[in-house]
Design a protein around this ligand. Structure first.
Ligand code: UD1
Length: 358
């Protein structure tokens, strides 16, 4: 069997890390195409190194742009590649613009699509990721879900049972496999901060970064927190903080984007995570670190249901109250079903069965 796996952005790299060795053990000929959506060394290369992902077979260099430009450029290049390579199937992961581009390009030329991390829904169509998820799942032949709830979402949308396979959460497998590697890892950015004596924060979603009001409320809440805050900053967030002239308090240490393994260490040892990222909500849940998510909604509801995550609006007292209760509570939950180290194995088993056509 020959498959082409499409990746493009940071959260995609984390998902293919554990998958590549499992595919190769099963004798599946899996090639990797990197669209180039994320291209900076700190947003891309370092993830390939930390997760021991083989170098991509193709790099398309699509870069940044509006959603249509980025998705369109990736589609054009992917279509050419798929026609030349004629794989048996195309696998797309997650919910970024490269995921959508891969699904659209493959479907137009009749290639079966496998979607890893299918069925997550925030119900918020103003999120580009929600559009990407909905369209990708409509087009996919095999939908590999991270939770029972994701499967239910697909059934409600009328997806045939035969196309859905509950494999579990590959992000959990990545983190669990990283833990032994980082047991004694020193992260310079952490300086002398003891375990459970600091907060780690990441913010990059347009709903927060494009609103001066929301971004300054988040910055103020972090600056007023009782604990020091380590704040790895996404390039767009850095740009917006400067453009809106938003200052961070002395307890907040701004950092460049972190490598995957450094981030796992900081999340593992933090008293709480404050984020709007999907991946950080899941990683914190697996690592036993309480999470505060600054968003209107989340497609990772399971983390809220089990008490690992609180959803708050970008309002200073709301964020501060949630952070305080998170740092006081510690771990009170067990990870959701199939958030374990066998997700890549289940994925391979699903791929080896005949893929039902749509
Ligand atoms: C993308 C995903 C988002 C994911 C995030 C993780 C979509 C719609 N969004 O958002 O779901 O959570 O990745 O990081 O696909 N930039 C750089 N260097 C890079 C890449 C980007 O400086 O290597 C800057 C550019 O100014 C660019 C901006 O970041 O315009 C946004 O990048 P883009 O890939 O369009 O979206 P993200 O916000 O990173």
């Amino acid at each position: 069997m020959r498959i082409i796996i499409v990746v493009g952005a940071r959260p995609n790299f984390v998902k293919v890390g554990p998958l590549m060795p499992a595919l190769s053990r099963a004798g599946i000929d899996a090639r990797l195409v990197h669209t180039g959506q994320h291209y900076d060394a700190g947003m891309s290369d370092v993830f390939f190194a930390d997760l021991a992902i083989p170098q991509p077979d193709w790099f398309l260099g699509v870069g940044s742009g509006t959603h249509a430009v980025q998705t369109g450029k990736a589609m054009i290049a992917l279509e050419e590649l798929f026609i030349a390579e004629k794989p048996d199937a195309v696998m797309v992961v997650g919910d970024v613009n490269s995921t959508l581009a891969g699904a659209l390009a493959a479907s137009k030329i009749g290639l079966p699509i496998v979607h890893l991390e299918a069925g997550l829904r925030s119900g918020d169509m103003s999120m580009p990721e929600e559009v990407n998820r909905l369209v990708t799942d409509q087009l996919a032949s095999l939908l590999l879900t991270p939770t029972e709830g994701a499967g239910q979402n697909l059934r409600h949308e009328g997806v045939d049972e035969g196309r859905i396979e509950f494999v579990g959460n590959i992000v959990a497998e990545s983190v669990l496999k990283a833990l032994p590697l980082v047991e004694r890892r020193d992260v310079a950015a952490r300086e002398a901060l003891e375990s459970k004596s600091y907060i780690v924060a990441t913010i990059h979603r347009p709903e927060n970064t494009e609103s001066p009001q929301s971004l300054s409320a988040i910055a103020r809440a972090l600056s007023e927190a009782q604990l020091p805050v380590l704040f790895p900053i996404h390039p767009r967030t850095r740009d917006r903080l400067e453009a809106f002239e938003i200052e961070l308090g002395p307890n907040v240490t701004p950092l460049g984007p972190l490598s995957y393994l450094d981030m796992v260490v900081l999340e593992r040892d933090a008293a709480a995570c404050v984020t709007d990222s999907g991946g950080v909500q899941e990683e914190a849940c697996v690592l036993g670190t309480p999470c505060v998510t600054v968003r209107r909604n989340t497609e990772r509801q399971v983390t809220v249901e089990i008490g690992a995550n609180q959803l708050v609006s970008p309002i200073v007292p709301e964020i501060l109250a949630a952070v305080e209760s998170a740092t006081d509570s510690g771990r009170t939950w067990s990870a959701p079903e199939r958030w374990d180290e066998r997700v890549s194995e289940r994925t391979v088993e699903a791929l080896l069965r005949p893929i039902a056509s749509r």
